[in-house]
Design a protein around this ligand. Structure first.
Ligand code: GLY
Length: 365
């Protein structure tokens, strides 16, 4: 099957390419004017990173920098180590960064590229489903601080994104399932056909080779592209649409779960729980029909994602939500639905509704 090329327009346009074997496009994408390439790769990839680094060595001076596992990569000391390495290798503004890994490698590597010499080219090769459909597209980069996730960062659009579906073959099943949390989120906020594909497909069929997974990936990326082209810097959408903030559906509680669990709950799993939470919240503080709330639980649990949570108290999660960057001033903000693909912002919901929605996800599912 041919590669799918999705164009991201705007001031710094680029393409997102989806297909099997598209990593081979990397040297052509970087082009001949680049002399040095820093490959910032998830250390957990081990030998999987070798063919990609080897292909680059034929064309460029390559600096391969392994990153710590998961969120441990997204720290100021790791970014500082990368800056030192780039400095020692004499990286100039015409050189390039390549990220290879999941969302953490993409976020950290994108941040290093955004800040080195105030911005050098970066190409993302996401190796997880989660990174393909979310982190690699849209130019958000960032690291965590003690106060929360992604509190330090920059917008820095990539020069290209290569989503090589073959790389998903070695992804542990639970990581693939976690990525489906972000895919299903896109179904609720913008493209209900995603929900229908999930509902009619045997979840065991959703693997690296399946046409159904490929269609889900492409549809989720299309949702993300449409959103970021309309509101790259998250300044707000038109006609009551939340703009880029819509992508944070389920994320306010998700980030609180991740932080209070010391990042032991996978991001996509936390997003699944967070989506059920905001559906319950919208049923109380808005007008979302119970059938749509139930559809959240049904689609997410169908693929093996969690839909309930009780490992932290409401008070602890409430405190964590308040420091999340999605709180503006002292008000908590949530993306909620009035219906499928009909999102809006709910600002400052009452504590009774927040608590009742949490009780609904601790006792159900
Ligand atoms: N991951 C949310 C965004 O890119 O805006």
């Amino acid at each position: 099957m041919n590669d799918t090329v999705m164009h991201v327009g705007g001031a710094s346009p680029y393409d997102v390419v989806v297909g099997h074997g598209v990593a081979a496009r990397l040297p052509a994408l970087l082009g001949p004017s680049v002399e040095r390439v820093a490959v910032l790769y998830a250390g957990s990839l081990g030998a999987l990173a070798d063919p990609i680094v080897d292909a680059l060595v034929e064309h460029y001076d390559v600096l391969a920098l392994g990153l710590p596992e998961g969120e441990r990569a997204k720290t100021a000391p790791v970014a500082a180590d990368c800056w030192e390495a780039l400095g020692e290798a004499g990286f100039t503004r015409s050189d390039a960064v390549v990220t290879l890994g999941g969302g953490s490698a993409t976020d950290l590597g994108g941040f290093v590229a955004a800040t080195w010499l105030r911005g050098v080219r970066v190409v993302h090769l996401p190796t997880t489903l989660l990174a393909m459909v979310d982190a690699a597209v849209g130019g958000k980069t960032g690291i965590n601080t003690g106060a929360g996730k992604n509190l330090v960062g920059a917008f820095h659009e990539p020069a290209g994104v290569l989503c090589d579906l073959s790389l998903l073959a070695s992804l542990p099943r639970e990581e693939l399932v976690a990525g489906l949390g972000e895919v299903i989120k896109c179904g609720f906020i913008a493209d209900p056909e995603i929900l229908e594909i999930v509902e009619r497909t045997d979840p065991d069929v959703l693997n690296a080779d399946s046409a159904e997974l490929r269609e889900l990936v492409e549809r989720a990326i299309r949702v993300k592209i449409d959103v970021v082209v309309g509101d790259l810097r998250e300044e707000g959408g038109a006609d009551g649409h939340p703009g880029r903030e819509v992508l944070n559906y389920g994320h306010t509680l998700a980030h609180a779960i991740e932080r209070t669990s010391d990042y032991t709950v996978r991001h996509g799993e936390a997003v699944a729980i967070g989506c059920v939470y905001v559906a319950e919240l919208a049923a109380r503080a808005g007008s979302l029909e119970p059938a749509v709330v139930a559809r959240h639980r049904a689609t997410l649990s169908r693929v093996g994602l969690p839909t309930s949570y009780d490992a932290a108290s409401f008070d602890d999660l409430h405190a964590a939500m308040k420091v999340d960057k999605k709180a503006r001033g002292s008000q908590l903000r949530f993306v909620v639905l009035d219906d499928l693909a009909s999102p809006r912002i709910l600002a400052g919901p009452g504590e009774a509704d927040l608590r009742a929605a949490y009780e609904a996800i601790t006792s159900a599912g």
